[in-house]
Design a protein around this ligand. Structure first.
Ligand code: ARG
Length: 439
C-alpha cells in the first residue's frame, strides 16, 4: 500500500489540487476502517454502469479504503417477475413478497450480487458477497406483505470480518427470521439500518442521474438540511420522489454525528465527489446554524481573526476592530464561515469581510451564508481587489461594479447614481485592518 499511495495521491491531484485530495484521504483513513462509507448501489447502476462502478470501488480499495457496498436489484426483479408472468404488487412502496415472488427474487438477488463480486475480483479486488447473516428480521406484516422483513437486528461480524480479511463486503438486501426464513428487505430500508448500525463517515448513493436535480435539471451541489430543508420541501418542482428521498436522508442522518454526510453521485463521478472540495453530485449534510450577533462577541473574536488570517494568509493589526462601527456579524456555528457588516455611508450596510473555508464551500456553507446575508441586507456594498480569486463570483452577485484603482467596488440594491458615487468613494478609502498593507 505504501508505494501506491503517493502515486495515487498525485493522480487524485489531477482532479483538483493534490492538497485537497490528500486532506480527504487523511480524513477518510482516520476513521475505523469499516466505518469509512456505506455505498448504496441501485439495481439500475449494476445493470448499466458496472464498469465505472468496479473501477471506482477498485480505486478506493487500492487506497486502503473499504466502502461497504449495499445493493438492490429492483429492475432485474421486475423483469424476472414479468417474464414469469407474475404481477408486481407494491403496498406502501414495498414489494409484496409471496412465496412465489420469493422463489424468483432470491436467485435474481444472488445473481446480481455474484455479478458485482466477480467483476471486482476480475479487477484484482478482493470482495465478499454477503447474502445472509447480516439482517435479522421480523415479518413486517405477514398478511399484507408476505415475506417482507422488518429489520430487528443488524449483525456486523460478517461485514467486519470481510474488511479485516482485506475484502470489500457486498451486502444483498435479504434477511432472515430467527428461524432462518429468508426475507426480502427494501434496499433503502436495508441501507438505513446498515448505516445506523455502522455509523459511517460517508453515505453514498450511486444513481444514474448522479445527484438531485433542480428546477432546470441541473445537479444541486449541496444541501444543508438545517438551512434548506423546509424551503426545498415547499418548492413546487420538488416532486414526491425527491421529497421522499430528502425525508429519508434527513431521518438517516439524524442519529449520526454532524461530521457525517450523504453524497448522491454517479459511479463515474464518485472519485471526484470524494476527493475534491467542490465534488460532483449532491452533498447533503445536517448543516449548521448561521448565528447573527449585533457585536463581535468576545468569545468569538479570536475565532473570527484566525479564520480571516488563515483564509487571506495575512495578519490583522491587533487594533483592527477598534473604531469599526459594527452593524452585525454572521458566523457559522463551526466558525468556518463569517461575514462582518459595518455601518456604511448614507446608512447603507458595508460588507467589510466575508470568508468561507474552501472545505465549507464544498458543503454549501458559503451559499447558505450569502443567503442569510442577503436577507439581512437587501442593499449593501463591498470591495475586493481586482485579482481576488472570487472576483468572478462577486461580479455575478452584484448588481453593479465599479473599478477604483486596485479595487472593484460592488453594490446591490442601490439605484440612485449620486449615492452610488458616494458609496464607491467611501469603499475605496476604507481601512482594511491588515498589518503592513502594501497599498
Ligand atoms: N469531498 C468532500 C466529501 O465527499 C466534499 C464533496 C462536496 N460535494 C458536493 N457535491 N458539493 O465529503
Amino acid at each position: 500500500m505504501t508505494e501506491v499511495r503517493p502515486i495515487v495521491v498525485e493522480l487524485l491531484g489531477q482532479l483538483g489540487s493534490s492538497r485537497e485530495a490528500r486532506q480527504y484521504l487523511e480524513q477518510f483513513s482516520r476513521v475505523n476502517e469499516s466505518r469509512f462509507a456505506v455505498v448504496k448501489v441501485g439495481g439500475g447502476v449494476l445493470a448499466e454502469d458496472l464498469d465505472h462502478l468496479v473501477g471506482a470501488l477498485a480505486f478506493l480499495h487500492r487506497l486502503g479504503l473499504y466502502p461497504i457496498v449495499m445493493h438492490g436489484a429492483g429492475p432485474q426483479l421486475d423483469r424476472a417477475l414479468a417474464e414469469a408472468g407474475i404481477e408486481t404488487l407494491k403496498r406502501d412502496g414495498l414489494r409484496v413478497t409471496s412465496e412465489e415472488v420469493m422463489a424468483i427474487a432470491r436467485p435474481v438477488i444472488y445473481r446480481e450480487n455474484a455479478r458485482l463480486v466477480d467483476a471486482l475480483e476480475r479487477h484484482g479486488v478482493r470482495a465478499r458477497g454477503l447474502l445472509h447473516g447480516v439482517f435479522e428480521c421480523d415479518f413486517a406484516d405477514r398478511e399484507k406483505l408476505g415475506l417482507v422483513g422488518e429489520v430487528a437486528d443488524v449483525h456486523l461480524e460478517p461485514v467486519r470480518g470481510a474488511v479485516a480479511a482485506g475484502a470489500l463486503p457486498v451486502v444483498a438486501c435479504l434477511g432472515e427470521s430467527r428461524s432462518g426464513q429468508v426475507m426480502n428487505i427494501n434496499a433503502d430500508i436495508a441501507t438505513r439500518e446498515l448505516v445506523w448500525a455502522i455509523k459511517p463517515y460517508k453515505i453514498i448513493f450511486l444513481t444514474p442521474t448522479g445527484g438531485l436535480l433542480d428546477e432546470s435539471g441541473r445537479i444541486i451541489s449541496a444541501i444543508s438540511l438545517t438551512n434548506d430543508y423546509e424551503g426545498l420541501m415547499a418548492q413546487s418542482w420538488v416532486h414526491s420522489g425527491m421529497q421522499l428521498k430528502l425525508a429519508q436522508i434527513r431521518e438517516m442522518l439524524d442519529p449520526l454525528p454532524p461530521s457525517a454526510s450523504v453524497s448522491i453521485t454517479s459511479a463515474e463521478k464518485l472519485t471526484r465527489e470524494l476527493f475534491t472540495h467542490t465534488g460532483a453530485g449532491t452533498l447533503v449534510r445536517k448543516g449548521e446554524q448561521i448565528e447573527w450577533y449585533e457585536q463581535v462577541p468576545d468569545d468569538r473574536r479570536a475565532e473570527l481573526e484566525a479564520l480571516l488570517e488563515a483564509a487571506f494568509d495575512r495578519k490583522l493589526r491587533p487594533d483592527w476592530l477598534d473604531g469599526r462601527p459594527v452593524r452585525g456579524l454572521l458566523m457559522a456555528e463551526s466558525g468556518r464561515a463569517a461575514a462582518l457588516i459595518l455601518e456604511g455611508a448614507d446608512g447603507v450596510p458595508y460588507l467589510d469581510k466575508i470568508v468561507v473555508t474552501p472545505e465549507a464551500r464544498g458543503e454549501g456553507l458559503g451559499a447558505a451564508l450569502w443567503q442569510v446575508l442577503r436577507a439581512r441586507a437587501p442593499a449593501m456594498y463591498w470591495r475586493a481587489r481586482i485579482n481576488n480569486p472570487i472576483a468572478g463570483w462577486y461580479f455575478q452577485q452584484a448588481e453593479a461594479s465599479h473599478r477604483r484603482g486596485q479595487w472593484v467596488v460592488y453594490t446591490i440594491g442601490i439605484e440612485d447614481f449620486a449615492q452610488m458615487e458616494r458609496l464607491v468613494k467611501d469603499a475605496a478609502a476604507r481601512d482594511s485592518g491588515w498589518r503592513e498593507e502594501a497599498e
